[in-house]
Every structure is written in structure tokens, then in C-alpha cells.
Design a protein around this ligand. Structure first.
Ligand SMILES: Nc1ncnc2c1ncn2[C@@H]1O[C@H](COP(=O)(O)OP(=O)(O)OP(=O)(O)O)[C@@H](O)[C@H]1O
Ligand SMILES: [Mg+2]
Length: 268
């Protein structure tokens, strides 16, 4: 299809990008460094970022880089979890057959974390993605996990990651106890205009294309629309490429971008 037309060996701007081929944006590199810090120091960390900013992608990069002999990485992103399901899931991820009752599964998990840290010399790293969707009962359990300490030394890392409304929720007085326990916070921002250009070129290059497919003006407009949010950039670039292919245009210029924004994204 259009891949052949533009001389791509892979489809660019897809979510299936290989972790080693990710674009190293400043903000994501900084987030990765903070995540490492949280892991190494067994902190409680909070990561906020707009929809599509690249939070989960950066978490995936962290996971790829962690030594499984030293860390047990547990990733949760099931917003429908209730406290019982939460502890049962955590137990399963720790290789245990979970107890039926929440209170038993909770104790089981607590013991397993200690055993993992003290006997196996491994740090459990629990990352809760989409945390803005957690209900109040679940946040209460998050508070419990942040209290999980042995002589002030935490045996695990806990990372909460979510969209900006999570900040609002945590600022409610009911969650003051969680808010105060956050050791490291990070807000993942969008790419700068310069980075949006490099991001687009990076995707094209990893798709095997070394030609300039988007004009400078086109990339400027894409940045204005997407405000540096990778998923938005991906969506609009894909639409622009399909539009150019349909019209047998080898270049995506600002006129094409405007048309795509108007017709498909109902803006501009
Ligand atoms: N550094 C990067 N290099 C290449 N692609 C990226 C990069 N960062 C993000 N993306 C792409 O942008 C898209 C959105 O990223 P991601 O899913 O990580 O966002 P998110 O912040 O977790 O969004 P949500 O709040 O909806 O969960 C993904 O398809 C991903 O492939
Ligand atoms: Mg995500």
C-alpha cells in the first residue's frame, strides 16, 4: 500500500515500535532517569502526563532495562480492579496461589514482598498504570502499600502513573496521606517543536525512509496541532501519509496537513 509508495520497509507511526527504536526525547529520558532512581532507592513515585504523552512507553523502556535477577517488575493497568482482585493479582504475579479472602491475600502479598526482598535479594517494583481510573477504595490500598515499611526502609518500589486528573484526586484531603508520602514526582510534558520534527524524522528513518516526506511547514503545523504529544503526532502523520498517497503526492506539505486537520480532525 502506501508503504511501497513512500519506500518504507515498515509502517511508520505505529504503536508497535520496537523499544530500542524509541525516539529519545529529553522529557522521556528524564522520566526514565527518575524511574531508575525510584527503582534503585525503593521510592514511592508519581508520574503524571497527558493522554498519549508517552508514559506507558517509557515504563516499558524501564522494564526492558531492568535486571530480572535484581528486580521483580509487576505491571498493573486494570482500572476495574477491586481491592481483593488487586491483592490476588499481586500474589499471582509473585508466583503464589492467592488466598480467597482479601485480608488473607493482602497478608500473603506482604509476606511475599518481604521474602523477595530479604531472602531472594530482589526488589519488587509495582507499577500501577492508568492510576487516574482507580476508585477511592483502591487508593486506600495504595496508601497501605506506601506504609509498607520495615525500619523506615521500604522493601519495594511503588510507581503510580496516570493522567492529570490523578493529581486532582490526590489533592483531596482524603488522600493527603498518600500525597505526603510521594518521594519523587514527575510531569511528562509534550515534545518541543524542534523535537516534534526530529520525532517525525526518526519514525520515518526507522521505517527505512531517508527522504524528507514532510516539509518544514507541515511539521510546524503538526506540532501546533499535536502540542508535542506523540500519539497525536502519530495519528496525524498517518492520516497525512494516506492522504498524500491517495493523491500520488510524494511530499506532505502544509496544505495537505491543513486539509487533513479540517476533514479528519475537524480543526484548523
Ligand atoms: N519516544 C517515543 N518514540 C516513539 N514513539 C513513541 C515514543 N513515545 C511515545 N510513542 C508513541 O506514542 C504513543 C502513545 O504513547 P503511550 O501509550 O506511552 O502514552 P501514554 O502517556 O501512556 O497515554 P495514555 O495516557 O493514553 O495511557 C504510543 O503509540 C507510542 O508508540
Ligand atoms: Mg498509558
Amino acid at each position: 500500500m502506501y508503504e511501497q509508495f513512500f519506500g518504507f520497509s515498515h509502517t511508520p507511526f505505529t504503536k508497535n515500535i520496537n523499544p530500542v527504536q524509541l525516539y529519545p526525547s529529553m522529557a522521556q529520558q528524564e522520566l526514565l532517569a527518575r524511574l531508575y532512581y525510584m527503582v534503585e532507592h525503593r521510592c514511592f513515585g508519581l508520574v503524571i502526563g497527558e493522554v498519549g504523552a508517552g508514559k506507558s512507553t517509557t515504563l516499558r523502556s524501564l522494564y526492558e532495562k531492568l535486571d530480572p535477577a535484581k528486580y521483580l517488575f509487576i505491571y498493573l493497568s486494570d482500572s476495574s480492579l477491586n481491592p481483593r482482585g488487586f491483592y490476588r493479582d499481586l500474589c499471582r504475579r509473585m508466583g503464589l496461589e492467592p488466598a480467597f479472602l482479601k485480608s488473607d491475600a493482602k497478608r500473603q502479598f506482604q509476606t511475599a514482598v518481604m521474602e523477595c526482598f530479604q531472602s531472594q535479594k530482589k526488589t519488587p517494583v509495582v507499577a500501577i498504570d492508568e492510576a487516574h481510573l482507580l476508585d477511592h477504595r483502591m487508593l486506600e490500598e495504595v496508601r497501605f502499600l506506601t506504609n509498607f515499611q520495615m525500619d523506615t526502609l521500604s522493601p519495594m518500589t511503588l510507581i503510580l502513573m496516570g493522567q492529570p486528573e490523578l493529581l486532582k484526586t490526590l489533592s483531596l484531603s482524603a488522600f493527603e496521606a498518600i500525597n505526603q508520602r510521594i518521594d519523587i514526582r514527575f510531569h511528562l510534558m509534550g515534545l518541543s517543536e524542534e523535537e516534534t520534527r526530529s520525532y517525525i524524522q526518526h519514525h520515518l528513518k526507522t521505517a527505512g525512509c531517508h527522504n524528507a516526506v514532510f516539509t518544514e511547514e507541515a511539521m510546524k503545523l503538526i506540532h501546533q496541532y499535536a502540542r508535542g504529544i506523540p500519539r497525536k503526532i502519530n495519528n496525524i502523520c498517518t492520516s497525512c501519509l494516506l492522504h498524500a498517497f491517495a493523491g500520488s503526492l510524494p511530499l506532505v506539505d502544509d496544505h495537505s496537513v491543513k486539509r487533513v486537520l479540517m476533514t479528519e480532525f475537524k480543526t484548523a
